[in-house]
Design a protein around this ligand. Structure first.
Ligand code: FAD
Length: 316
């Protein structure tokens, strides 16, 4: 089985979710080729070999830096054809999912998004995927010869299994039509760590009483290398920016650790966090519904608990 992995990058670095995609493809046990687009540091490209890529293709045209979906789709389709690839694996990201849909249409491929586990191949080719915002799973048989699999964050463990691979230049045939939609400016969201990518999230709700009390949330997040999040009413009132709103109608996160402070745990909020590996809830009401979803709970006033938690983290 020949597997192509589309790897995403930002500011020259390969994204962690794409390293997970390489690890996933390696776990499938085929010939893994990684494809990176745009400007990527040479060491980053070569290191894909460590995580399981036997071959690394690089389409380094700077025009591909901007995540133009049409151009990405056609580059990936051409790489699939050049490598005689049966399967495309990529991250289930805001870039990965629209690219996956377009590539599958062009190749007549079976597609599964939000995939959480390696395929079962004893009877057909069956993948498990997360549905209903992580509340349930379904198994889907991918019947066509070509397959596209978009993997959910944390679906594969990144492990060093090999050594660096010298990248090979890949020159796709693209026309102006592939760049018909052009990004003219990008405004970076506040915060160093992007919420959908974060391994740790510290999130605040209406229990924080007002935007002037967000200092401890931000301090704790900084100490832990975490992104900050919030409940919907908090962003609706304007205490925090909308891109921090977590939940059914906001960002869906699946970090290793989600710390919820002064958030009640309404079903719509839980819909965005229930794929988190570990949930810690701080709430002064012991009956708050969030405690039912928590791995660890602290019943207490956030304004007492947060400073103690910050001191404890600082003390190491
Ligand atoms: P509250 O429900 O007011 O809870 C505040 C919590 O803080 C309480 O549990 C309280 O005990 C605790 N508290 C108060 N003071 C302190 C203190 N000093 N220390 C510790 N704890 C304290 N919500 C989302 O978050 N995300 C969504 O995507 C979303 N989508 C929605 C979609 C629809 C269609 C609808 C109808 C609603 C949606 N909601 C969403 C809103 C959701 O139903 C809840 O209203 C919301 O999540 C509640 O936010 P909260 O927990 O911050 O506030």
């Amino acid at each position: 089985m020949n597997i192509l992995v589309f790897v995403e990058s930002a500011e020259g670095k390969i994204k962690k979710t794409s390293l997970e995609a390489v690890a996933y493809a390696n776990g499938m046990g085929g010939n893994v080729t990684a494809l990176a687009l745009g400007t990527v540091e040479a060491g980053e490209l070569a290191s894909l070999g460590k995580y399981g890529a036997k071959k690394v293709l690089h389409a380094g045209d700077a025009k591909l830096n901007d995540g133009v979906i049409q151009a990405y789709t056609n580059t990936i389709v051409q790489a699939m054809e050049a490598e005689n690839a049966d399967v495309l694996v990529l991250a289930n990201s805001s870039l990965g999912t629209p690219v996956a849909a377009r590539v599958s249409t062009k190749l007549g491929a079976s597609i599964a998004t939000n995939v959480t586990e390696l395929p079962e191949t004893s009877a057909g080719f069956v993948v498990k995927k997360s549905i209903y915002t992580g509340k349930a799973f379904s198994k889907v048989e991918l019947k066509n010869a070509k397959k596209v699999i978009a993997i959910k964050k944390n679906a594969a463990e990144i492990k060093e299994v090999g050594s660096d691979v010298a990248p090979t230049t890949f020159a796709p045939q693209l026309t102006d039509a592939d760049f018909a939609a052009k990004i003219v400016s990008t405004e970076k969201a506040t915060g160093e760590i992007l919420l959908p990518e974060a391994n740790i999230v510290v999130s605040g709700g209406r229990g924080m009483k007002g935007p002037e009390h967000w200092g401890p949330i931000e301090e704790l997040a900084k100490l832990l290398g975490a992104a900050t999040g919030c409940s919907k009413p908090v962003s609706d009132i304007g205490w925090r920016p909308h891109h921090e709103h977590v939940g059914q109608t906001g960002v869906k996160v699946s970090p290793q650790l989600y710390i919820a402070v002064g958030i009640s745990g309404a079903i719509q909020h839980l819909a965005g966090v229930n794929s988190s590996k570990c949930i810690v809830v701080i709430n002064k009401d012991s009956e708050a519904p969030f405690f039912k979803a928590a791995d660890y709970g602290i019943v207490g006033d956030a304004f007492d608990v947060l400073p103690k938690l910050i001191e404890a983290v600082k003390a190491g």
